[in-house]
Design a protein around this ligand. Structure first.
Ligand code: MN
Length: 718
């Protein structure tokens, strides 16, 4: 008794899918017993999960996964792929199945099944050619393991075989998707057998009339060929035998869809396409291929310009063969393909050949490794062409550095990997980027910085009058978004700098009991030119950015009779509100907050930097006294400021949480926490807090000072 039937014999009979025993014997023919056993287990799990479900064809649902697994077993794919095929629709139906698959079949099978389920969720809707290309890339970009694509292709093949049960509109949609997306993917990966079947089934479903006409004509032509073909085949085999070439000679059938495409592409009549004999010769070495070519060319006259050497220069998907067309008997063209066994297997199975189970093979090569291996093989073969260009074209598909996302309208946008919602917004339109305030991914609100993943649908919510946030510059990855945000910040900074510059000049003028408003416009223009600028705003911008000193500018603005400060009151310090924007910043050494005594330093290019008056970094101020200026806090600030507390605590379990929650109770936000262990008994916790002013900070200190674990509290100062 063979293994498959021995398995069957102890299973409860009855409602078994008829395909399963076939599948098991197929698997048994090339897989070791333990893998066949796993396949049996996968079948049991799947038939349990799909129990009671029916397909539109009226059959039990389980017949579908069994058929899909059978297609992959025909390709001799490894046991994991066949198991995944049996389980590919299980997650959809039973939510707990995912964990169960992981537990019983391991991570790889679970991920294959998960990958197929994810692919099932994206649907191709547009009919635009460019969209089809993007969609194909999106599909390939979504899978981390190329075997997911193989399961999906087999799934699609079986669904196409049973398409007749679907309502017409759905039939057309699926057929279109098959022709525009899945058949080209199968072709790209070199899986010829699946590509041909998908094309013929898709063609039949989409254009039933044209299909019927072509089929009828093709049958007629085949009838005519019946008497010639065996004779030609024999003649070639005999000639090869005489020349000492061991060869397998077969006749080839034309596929309907390729006939149809050829007619459209070359604008030729049906007769011209189908009145052709097809012969394939498979030999055992490359050398024998060329000798075969010589033999057939000696037997029938070759048609000029029709010889193609795809052995020396393979097709982009790795296809290799010699093609030639001969004048056959009665002048009927005779198309001949010549190739080795290896080339034949690759021509039929493409990338799938790399996952075919070979006994004694070491496990451990990842899917990625094998895809790379396949690519490297293709690369080697492309030596004659332009390898870089070739590699680019295949690589983008298999190892994509792009993500593909849908707009709410169903268009596909291609963005660099790592792109966020803000990048997406700018990619849609720069106005959308500028005004975006929130984003949704798959209809759920997410933070704007969220990175997009393949196949998601992204949507941007905009608001009138909204402006870009400087923080976006830290996470956007597209050049477009980056450039737009930078440009915006630059104009912002410029207008803020002009504002601050005017205030600083005003303050300096106060020493002379003057104000900018009171100074004659001509005089301002003259001083601007003297100092080397064209427009007064340019001059004020430089002052605001700390590149020009306000007192020196003020001196240029004085009327001839006002060069002395005598009698004027000392100028009031500049008032800081905290809302000046990018040209006023707060030193990270001493964390000044409102009502701290402060002083400002003019830093070239950065504008004004505020320090606390007792900051140790101020010690060098007397070296550049002209760069320091007196400042004070404006009353009623509306924003919060960063401040830092160092808290020395006793090492006890939960002490950090206790202190943090005491701080939170004062309604103070903690921006950042770090802990340094001093010794076995004590640690220092550093809290970065957001406070409005000194009063709030004092409340925080009061709240934690009374805690028994807290030994010392200190405000950070340099
Ligand atoms: Mn399915």
């Amino acid at each position: 008794m063979d293994y498959a039937s021995s398995l069957l014999s102890f299973l409860p009979g009855g409602r078994r899918s008829p395909g399963i025993s076939q599948l098991l014997s197929k698997a048994e023919s090339y897989l070791p017993p333990e893998q066949v056993e796993r396949i049996q287990e996968a079948y049991e799990l799947a038939s349990e999960a799909h129990k009671g479900q029916k397909r539109l064809t009226g059959e039990a649902y389980i017949t579908h996964p069994v058929a899909v697994a059978g297609i992959l077993a025909d390709l001799h794919l490894d046991g994991q792929t066949v198991c995944a095929a049996l389980l590919h629709d299980v997650i959809e139906d039973t939510p707990t199945a995912k964990d169960e698959i992981l537990e019983r079949f391991g991570r790889e099978v679970a991920e294959l099944v998960d990958g197929v389920s994810k692919l099932d969720k994206v649907q191709f809707k547009s009919r635009k050619e460019a969209q089809a290309e993007s969609f194909r890339k999106m599909i390939l970009a979504m899978v981390r393991d190329i075997r997911v694509i193989m399961v999906k292709l087999a799934d699609r093949t079986h669904n196409m075989r049973t398409l007749g049960a679907m309502p017409p509109a759905k039939r057309r949609r699926i057929a279109l998707e098959t022709l525009e997306i899945y058949a080209p993917i199968a072709n790209r990966l070199g899986i010829h057998s699946i590509k041909l079947e998908l094309e013929d089934l898709g063609f039949h479903a989409l254009y039933p009339q044209r299909y019927q006409v072509l089929e009828r004509e093709l049958k007629k032509a085949r009838g005519n060929q019946k008497e010639f073909l065996p004779k030609i085949k024999q003649a070639i085999a005999a000639a090869l035998d005489k020349a000492g070439v061991k060869a397998q000679v077969d006749t080839r059938e034309k596929h309907l869809y390729s006939v149809y495409q050829k007619m459209r592409r070359k604008k030729v009549s049906l007769a011209e396409v189908i009145d052709v004999f097809g012969i394939r010769v498979v030999v055992d070495s490359v050398d024998a291929c060329y000798r075969t070519l010589g033999v057939v060319h000696g037997q029938y006259r070759p048609m000029p310009g029709r010889f193609k050497d795809y052995i020396a220069i393979p097709r982009i998907n790795g296809y290799q063969s010699l093609h030639t067309t001969l004048f056959g008997p009665n002048g009927v063209p005779l198309e001949v393909q010549i190739r080795t066994e290896d080339m034949h297997r690759l021509a039929e199975n493409g990338i799938a050949a790399h996952w075919q189970y070979k006994s004694g093979e070491e496990a451990g090569a990842t899917s990625h490794d094998r895809a790379r291996e396949w690519l490297a093989g293709l690369m080697d073969m492309q030596d004659g062409g332009n390898p870089e260009e070739f590699f680019e074209s295949v690589k983008v598909d298999l190892f994509p550095d792009k993500v593909y996302v849908f707009t709410p309208k169903g268009d596909i946008l291609r963005l660099p990997r790592g792109s966020t919602c803000v990048d997406f917004a700018y990619a849609v339109h720069s106005e959308v980027g500028r005004r975006c305030v929130a984003a949704k991914i798959d209809r759920r609100l997410v933070p704007l910085r969220t990175q997009l993943r393949n196949g998601q649908t992204a949507e941007v919510i905009t608001a009138k009058g909204a402006t870009p946030n400087p923080a976006w510059a830290n996470f956007v990855v597209t050049a477009k978004a980056r450039a737009a945000i930078r440009a915006y910040l630059k104009t912002m900074k410029k207008s803020e700098a002009v504002d601050l510059g005017k205030r600083l000049v005003n303050q300096a003028l106060a020493e002379f009991s003057l104000a900018l408003k009171a100074i004659d416009a001509d005089l301002v223009q003259e001083a601007t030119r003297e100092l080397g600028f064209k427009e007064p705003d340019e001059l004020f911008e430089r002052v605001g950015l700390g590149e020009r000193l306000a007192p020196l500018v003020a001196r240029h603005l004085l009327p001839a009779d006002r060069t002395s400060t005598a009698g004027a009151p000392p100028a009031a310090p500049l008032a800081i509100a905290g809302t000046e924007g990018l040209v006023v910043s707060y030193a990270r050494c001493c964390f000044p907050i409102p009502y701290d005594p402060i002083i400002a330093f003019l830093s070239a290019g950065r504008g004004v930097v505020i320090h606390r008056a007792n900051c140790p970094n101020l010690s060098g101020w007397h070296k550049q006294p002209e760069k320091w200026l007196p400042v004070t806090w404006q009353k009623h600030s509306t924003r919060s400021f960063a401040s830092e507390l160092k808290v020395e605590v006793q090492n006890r379990p939960g002490v950090l949480a206790a202190v943090a929650s005491a701080i939170a109770e004062t309604h103070t936000n903690i921006g950042h926490v770090s802990v340094v262990e001093r010794d076995a008994d004590t640690s220092t916790i550093t809290f970065e807090l957001q406070v409005r002013d000194r009063a709030q900070l004092a409340r925080v200190i009061r709240a934690i000072r009374s805690m028994s674990e807290v030994m010392q509290i200190e405000r950070s100062l340099a």
